[in-house]
Design a protein around this ligand. Structure first.
Ligand SMILES: [Zn+2]
Length: 396
């Protein structure tokens, strides 16, 4: 059921579409002012976009003296889908052509169940949103997965925590069912893009987005774009060695940052502390619940439990050391911390800030806020939709 999705015919049309996406409905006169093209050229390009079904009329603007200029907007039938596949959950959301969120579903899922089951679930969630009348037509879908992605191939590449996904053609599989263009990227990159589009990194062109969850990764924004590197693995900081030895990581090495500090690592250390008699708080929780998670460590730290506070500080120090190195290399203007473990609380943020500010040069940290994301679960789906809309609103 693959069919053609209309795309702009040249870069002027692409620019007009992105303006209308980001700024909302505008009069033809305002658009002419914004793009520095002649009035007749803008009129021609807009007429063509109306013919393509990407733009539609929206009444008349208030008079600026003389004739009232007709308003245009992204056509109401244009919709984008954002899919954020995490290690333990799938989020799917539908957006209109201006990237306003229309509907959002989240389901628990285990990425280790493999691509067929997880992608089937994601497609069922898209179908559910469409059944609610939210996206009769889909013009593109963006997808994030929790591992390294060959962006060119639209497929995961040797992902440590995604058995069965290596080189699985995620882009082709979804594109065939949805009948629209699909792009696939690492989940951290799409979260960074979401922060840039609608979060704390709006208006910041050089920043780092650090996700601390089941794994640890970093989305790197340089000059307003995701920096993916030659093969798409830039920012994979979870596997930087921060100790000479330590627990074996999912990637097979030892001493990796994410083997020492991530959701599962915190749960493991909390269980050890509870059973070794180092934390009465965690021992009680373990007794009650039968297992511990990173959130028990957060609760324990908030209650003043010394063992839990030490775990959070050690983790923050290790993350901070890696970030201090990145700050020296990239000189970002902002660092946003996200992912489930970022909710561990202030002790983590304080430790990361302390290490980064101490270990980087003053010129690099003089104006470097380090903050916790406010978008939460919306960062990924928003970034995924933004990624595919950039692609669709681009001249072929
Ligand atoms: Zn590793």
């Amino acid at each position: 059921m693959r069919r053609m999705v209309a795309r702009p015919g040249n870069r002027h049309q692409a620019r007009l579409l992105r303006l209308l996406r980001d700024e909302g409905p505008r009069s033809r006169a305002e658009l002419t002012d914004a793009v520095d093209l002649s009035k007749s050229k803008v009129a021609d390009e807009l007429d063509r976009l109306v013919e393509l079904g990407l733009v539609e009329g929206g009444g008349l603007a208030a008079s600026r003296g003389g004739r009232r200029s007709p308003i245009v907007r992204i056509a109401r039938h244009v919709h984008f889908v954002g899919i954020d596949i995490g290690a333990t959950s799938v989020d799917v959301a539908v957006f209109d052509g201006e990237l306003a969120l229309l509907g959002h579903l989240a389901e628990p899922a285990d990425v280790r169940d493999g691509p067929e089951r997880v992608l089937d679930l994601a497609l069922e969630m898209v179908a559910e949103l469409r059944k609610q009348g939210l996206a009769p037509e889909v013009h593109g879908a963006g997808v994030g997965v929790p591992g390294p992605v060959s962006f060119r191939d639209g497929a995961p590449f040797a992902p440590p925590i995604m058995p069965g996904w290596n080189k699985y053609p995620v882009r082709e599989a979804l594109s065939q069912v949805l009948g629209c263009p699909v792009l696939v990227d690492n989940d951290v990159n799409i979260m960074a893009l979401g922060e840039h589009h609608a979060g704390l990194a709006k208006q910041v062109d050089d920043f780092l987005f650090v996700k601390i969850g089941t794994g640890i990764g970093c989305g790197i924004f340089v000059e307003g774009r995701v920096h993916r590197g030659v093969t798409g693995s830039a920012g994979d900081i979870g596997h930087i060695a921060v100790e000479d030895d330590g627990p074996t990581c999912a990637c097979g090495n030892t001493g990796c940052l994410e083997a020492l500090f991530s959701g599962p690592a915190l749960a493991r250390d909390a269980t050890t502390a509870a059973t070794a008699g180092q934390s009465a708080f965690l021992a009680r929780r373990l007794d009650e619940a039968g297992a511990l998670t990173a959130f028990d460590v957060a609760d324990a730290a908030a209650a003043g439990d010394q063992a839990a506070i030490a775990m959070v500080r050690d983790g923050g120090r290790r993350v901070g050391k890696v970030l201090a190195g990145l700050v020296s290399i990239l000189n970002p203007g902002l660092i946003v911390i996200g992912g489930g473990v970022s909710r561990v609380g202030h002790a983590l943020l304080a430790e990361i800030r302390g290490v980064v500010y101490r270990q980087s040069l003053p010129l690099a940290t003089g104006n470097l806020p380090i903050v916790v994301s406010e978008l939460g679960d919306q960062a990924g789906v928003t970034g995924a939709a933004r990624m595919i809309s950039d692609h669709v609103f681009q001249a072929e």
